[in-house]
Design a protein. Structure first.
Length: 86
């Protein structure tokens, strides 16, 4: 939808694991919650269901949790996030 905004999750390294990203983006309360969401088929990465908690996410990847009421979150490098904030 055009009215849905995409949040950005800045990361320092070239990649982040899905479980970590869910927690940092406040899409999951903790690691166990992230595991449950993933196992339940609720996590979408780049438009496809992702079942691997350790899946590697890179700059530009978009994650979302179905039914969470929260918008998608795009992984960006911490340098990208700083430049868009200016």
């Amino acid at each position: 939808m055009s009215d849905e905004t995409t949040e950005e999750l800045p990361i320092r390294d070239a990649m982040i694991r899905l479980g970590q990203a869910l927690k940092l983006a406040n899409l999951a309360e903790d690691g166990n919650h992230a595991k449950e969401l993933i196992a339940g088929g609720m996590v979408i990465v780049n438009g496809k269901e992702e079942q691997r908690r350790g899946a590697q996410l890179h700059h530009g990847d978009v994650i979302e949790v179905l039914g969470s009421g929260l918008g998608p979150v795009k992984i960006v490098s911490s340098g990208d996030a700083a430049s868009t904030a200016e």
